[in-house]
Design a protein around this ligand. Structure first.
Ligand code: ZN
Length: 448
């Protein structure tokens, strides 16, 4: 948080606040880390403020990634040529066991900066390579040092990452210490804690009961992978054990039945959609985007594993929308009928990437729209380049064509972490050297 006020001025402000809408040529005033005004700010109300010229730019709320394994930030697109099971062999069973706490720090710091540089200001970090106490501490420290907001989701299963699959051992007890020492007041700076569990698709119902009971005893939200092809019985099994609740987030949900979506909706749970990974890694035929809308389930977008996806949510918005239009019209196409109209559009996808993600993690009182009083998590996208200029609805143009390189300024809680198209935080320079060192170590250990 900076003491100096910030004035982002003259941009096309997309507040996503239904009471405000878009403000062409508008201003956003930031004070004490929060949004102090949106619209037209009088000069006397912004005396002494640092001014960011946003003419020709789009000003949007910071995006929320609802499910990402941030520790994999060093690995690049290592599994672009495989399905889920190829990823399991190469990353979970091959590379992950060789990770030291230093590698977790470097990968998580780099992965957080990948997100921030792309306009993602909040991330749910599904951290499932915590082989001991030092790994947890390194992971939390890296998130802190990057400046990102989010949830540290403490993942299992402990010393052996390969034991993720089918092992009966319950979630490591060390999560209790992590909460007590690193999140003593429930938060730690911009971070909160939650639990990343295997759930009934990856371990027994009995272990899942113990795990969920553990999280609820600690008062921590829960995330599981659910509804992936080949890993059945996720939501129904939770229902049979009376474990559903508004504190449960379900990543993917591709293969869930209508009844399972109803169970999630009725219990107040949420969904993380990872459109790229779900189709490239063949978790299911289509993402659950349409089901989330149809059943009124809070949902957001996510990159999931960046070994099989990009690091940004612009491409997720594009791919999720294309996939959903294809899914929604597949019956008409099968009858060889011309489709006359479609439902969801680009603005719906931007809402998913911001407001939706905030709702999915119960953070919508604090982030997700550019609303006075909320945390000042703001992204400025330069729309003056040929691929983004000349727009009618700038949001459609943004979703069609923007990428991380177009993100000019990123503000988290009033702190500028990207400026003039470059990361400017205190670790922006050292992170690259650390991740290169880590890559060399990983390569030596695993012959990756
Ligand atoms: Zn995942």
């Amino acid at each position: 948080m900076t003491n100096q006020d910030l004035l982002i001025t003259g941009g096309h402000v997309v507040t996503l606040d239904p009471d405000v809408g878009d403000v062409p040529g508008g201003d956003v005033l930031i004070r004490d880390g929060r949004i102090a005004a949106v619209g037209t700010v009088a000069p006397e109300d912004a005396l002494g403020a640092q001014v960011i010229d946003a003419r020709g730019r789009l000003v949007i709320p910071g995006m929320v990634d609802t499910h990402r394994h941030v520790w994999q930030g060093a690995l690049g697109a290592s599994t672009g040529d495989t399905s889920l099971m190829g990823y399991v062999g190469k990353v979970v069973q091959g590379i992950a066991p060789g990770y030291t706490a230093d590698d977790i720090y470097a990968g998580t710091l780099w992965g957080s900066l990948q997100a921030l540089s792309s306009g993602v200001t909040t991330i749910a970090d599904w951290s499932h390579n915590l082989q001991g106490a030092q790994h947890s501490e390194a992971n939390v420290r890296a998130l802190h040092d990057s400046g990102i907001r989010g949830l540290f989701l403490h993942g299992g299963p402990g010393p052996d990452p390969a034991a993720f699959f089918g092992q009966p051992a319950r979630h490591p007890e060390d999560a209790r210490r992590v909460q007590k020492e690193l999140f003593p007041d429930g938060t730690s700076g911009r971070l909160r804690m939650g639990m990343a569990f295997r759930g009934t698709s990856f371990t027994s119902a009995e272990t899942t009961v113990e795990d969920f009971t553990f999280a609820r005893e600690l008062g921590l939200p829960i995330s599981i992978h659910a509804g992936m092809a080949g890993f059945p019985d996720s939501v129904e099994a939770l229902y049979r054990k009376d474990l559903l609740g508004p504190d449960v987030n379900y990543a993917h949900a591709n293969q869930l039945t209508a009844r399972e979506f109803e169970l999630i909706a009725d219990s107040g749970g949420s969904i993380a959609i990872s459109a790229t990974v779900e189709m490239l890694m063949v978790l299911g035929t289509y993402p659950a985007t349409g089901s989330a809308f149809r059943y009124g389930i809070p949902a957001g977008l996510s990159a999931d594993t960046t070994t099989s996806s990009g690091v940004d949510l612009f491409s997720e918005m594009r791919i999720a929308l294309a996939a959903e239009r294809s899914r929604a019209n597949k019956d008409a196409v099968a009858r060889d009928e011309a489709v006359l109209s479609v439902e969801l559009d680009q603005r719906d996808m931007l809402r998913l990437a911001t407001t939706g993600g905030a709702r999915a993690w119960h953070m919508d009182d604090e982030i997700g729209t550019l609303t006075v009083g909320k945390n000042a998590d703001v992204v400025v996208v330069d729309m003056r380049a040929p691929h983004l200029d000349g727009f009618a609805d700038p949001v459609s143009t943004l979703v069609f064509g923007a990428g991380p390189a177009d993100v000019e300024t990123v503000v988290v809680g009033g702190e500028v972490v990207k400026s003039g198209g470059r990361l400017v935080g205190p670790y922006a320079e050292t992170a690259r050297e650390l991740v290169q060192q880590s890559r060399r170590r990983i390569t030596e250990r695993t012959q990756a």
